[in-house]
Design a protein around this ligand. Structure first.
Ligand SMILES: [Zn+2]
Length: 106
């Protein structure tokens, strides 16, 4: 008889989160070094892990799914705030993402 550890699923998800975080750092590094192909692979892997393990990407808004780049404001992207919305533009491919700013609680 095999005992199922109830923490396993949680543990795997936690590992996936750490993995994503590490890949984000690597992708950022690759972007800074101009290693585009490598960066693309990292981003693809991040998206796959996130989908497979159903784990959220912490800085998802800073990933361009159009050209698989990590967006660094002031370097390859611009961030503007307009009418309560954050507008992030990827300067690599021109893709624009919009987010509504969350109101502070209390
Ligand atoms: Zn892009």
């Amino acid at each position: 008889m095999k005992k199922v550890n109830p923490l396993t699923k949680k543990f795997i998800k936690e590992r996936a989160r750490i993995w994503i975080k590490e890949l984000m750092d690597l992708a950022r590094e690759a972007e800074l070094k101009g290693e585009k192909d490598l960066e693309k692979e990292y981003i693809k892997l991040i998206l796959e892990i996130s989908k497979h393990y159903k784990v959220k990407i912490p800085d998802k808004r800073y990933i361009c799914k159009n050209c698989y780049s990590i967006l660094i404001p002031g370097l390859n992207s611009t961030v503007r705030i307009k009418r309560g919305r954050v507008i992030i533009k990827c300067l690599n491919c021109g893709n624009i993402k919009r987010y509504i700013i969350r109101k502070n609680r209390g």
